[in-house]
Design a protein around this ligand. Structure first.
Ligand code: HSE
Length: 420
């Protein structure tokens, strides 16, 4: 018999306990051993968790219990779970965690501490989708050319409602929170941080890159408005918050930002709380993974997959490398990213204004691909929307500063990156 202790019995923890109980027969058949939850640890013992397992408020009851074989960490946060996971590994216990923030900061240290003790984290990225297993195992014969994915259910839910139903940002965020999709602090979702944690985990497996969130470009969906949505529709794009890892000649681009993508692409059709990840390998070509990226049961499904894998004897290192990559990939600076851009600005409706704007862009060697001018109803300003041909991030940033200095440009300039 294998005994489990769960640190954090919230939505996911309760689902793990309940599924292990209700699906005990099939899990025993698949794992070869009976799996039981011995106890769970929570901060507040008076709250009903909807589980039949024994609960305590002392993590030591799990970490230091010699009977417990596998510690499942579902607490959230970074430093406290880091301390507890470290202690559990040092005590020789296998660990399963769904904690992407913990892994975004400490995955390499934890791998080092774990050594040959299993440390698994399928549920940390894209909820129920087995994307980590796919990268570590199924795609191991490939150099990974790119990973592109909708890795945050909350923002995908919000964007879908904003785009398809014209829903208002604040209302729809409240709805996502009520449905249990959003992080405890939803800034993690809307600001792109949650997606960045997941992207960094995948980038470690695909490229061996040990980057932290502060090392990469992260932008959220806070500034998307209905003008952008209308432009995207008119020009055949969808807007999605994507995590992108792309191998180019000089290194690897890692970035999270709202992205205009062709409406005809598969990923553009992924709506609501669903996640999807496209991975291109040099041998396999494009592969695509789709499923629920948030929610108790979907995430618990991935947690339990790891538990079963450990019970079956899988001792593979968490990042998928038995020795370091000889030709390590370099993370490119934000300024080196090359892509197409959409710009939105308000300008005075007078002759010569467009010439001034195109002149400013010419200075940075930026070429316009398409353009749309929308009159404002109530004043003399018009909205100027355009897309550019591919150019370097550094150039577009400099061009935006130059454009803002023009007298004919009023207020902020919004920018959305485009992936063709
Ligand atoms: N808040 C996350 C999301 C939950 O919306 O995708 C799963 O990580």
């Amino acid at each position: 018999m294998v005994k489990i202790g769960i640190l954090g019995v919230g939505t996911v923890g309760a689902s793990v306990a309940n599924i292990l109980e209700t699906n005990a027969d099939i899990l025993e058949a698949r794992a070869g051993k009976k799996i039981v939850v011995k106890s769970g640890v929570v901060k507040n013992l008076s709250k009903d968790r909807g589980v039949s397992i024994k609960l305590s408020d002392n993590p030591s009851d799990i970490i230091d219990d010699p009977e417990i074989d596998i510690v499942v960490e579902l607490m959230g946060g970074v430093e406290e779970p880091y301390r507890l996971v470290k202690q559990a590994l040092e005590n020789g216990k296998a660990v399963v965690t769904a904690n992407k923030a913990l892994l975004a900061y400490h995955r390499y240290e934890l791998q080092e501490i774990a050594g040959n003790t299993p440390l698994m984290y399928e549920a940390s990225t894209a909820g129920g989708i087995p994307i980590i297993g796919a990268l570590r195992n199924g795609l191991t014969a490939n150099h990974i050319e790119s990973i592109q994915g909708i890795m945050n259910g909350t923002t995908n839910y919000m964007l879908t409602k904003m785009i398809n139903e014209g829903a208002l940002y604040d209302d729809i965020l409240k709805e996502a929170q009520a449905l249990g999709y959003a992080e405890a602090d939803p800034t993690f979702d809307v600001g792109g941080f949650d997606a960045s944690h997941k992207l960094l985990i995948l980038a470690s497996i695909a490229y061996g890159i040990d980057a932290k969130p502060e090392d990469i470009l992260i932008e959220g969906i806070e500034n998307i408005n209905q003008t952008d949505v209308a432009f995207a529709k008119e020009f055949g794009y969808e807007i999605k918050l994507l995590g992108i890892a792309k191998k180019v000649k000089e290194g690897v681009e890692l970035r999270v930002h709202p992205t205009m993508i062709p409406a005809s692409s598969m990923i553009a059709k992924v709506d609501g709380v669903m996640n999807a990840v496209s991975v291109v390998g040099d041998n396999v070509g494009e592969t695509m993974y789709y499923g629920a990226g948030a929610g108790g049961e979907a995430t618990a499904s991935a947690v339990i997959a790891d538990i079963v894998d450990i019970v079956r004897g899988n001792q593979d290192p968490m990042l998928g490398y038995k020795k370091p990559l000889e030709t390590g990939m370099e993370l490119l600076f934000e300024s080196e990213i090359v892509t197409n851009y959409y710009l939105r600005m308000s300008v005075i409706d007078q002759s010569g204004v467009l010439a001034k704007i195109t002149k400013a862009l010419e200075t940075f060697n930026i070429s316009i691909e398409s353009m749309l001018q929308k009159p404002h109803r109530d004043d003399e300003l018009v909205k100027l929307l355009f897309t550019t041909h591919a150019c370097q991030e550094e150039k577009i940033q400099e061009a935006m500063i130059a454009l803002k200095k023009l007298n004919c440009v009023h207020g902020e300039i919004a920018m959305i990156r485009i992936e063709k």
